[in-house]
Design a protein around this ligand. Structure first.
Ligand SMILES: [Zn+2]
Length: 59
């Protein structure tokens, strides 16, 4: 059976921001690596690479 799995993780190809999906808050949470948030560049127009094959925009 094929099941559509929503993305649970995304990484920006431009600035390196790294988010994971939080089911409890229904929102993206910035990954914290050690004591540093992988927030990337706040001015970046993020280019998300979501698990390599998820594209929210049809081209
Ligand atoms: Zn970015």
């Amino acid at each position: 059976m094929t099941k559509l799995v929503p993305p649970s993780e995304r990484t920006c190809e431009r600035c390196g921001r790294h988010d994971v999906w939080d089911d409890e808050t229904d929102s993206w949470q910035i990954v914290v690596d050690g004591e540093q948030k992988e927030a990337g560049n706040p001015f970046c127009l993020h280019e998300w690479d979501i698990n390599g094959n998820y594209s929210p925009l049809a081209e």
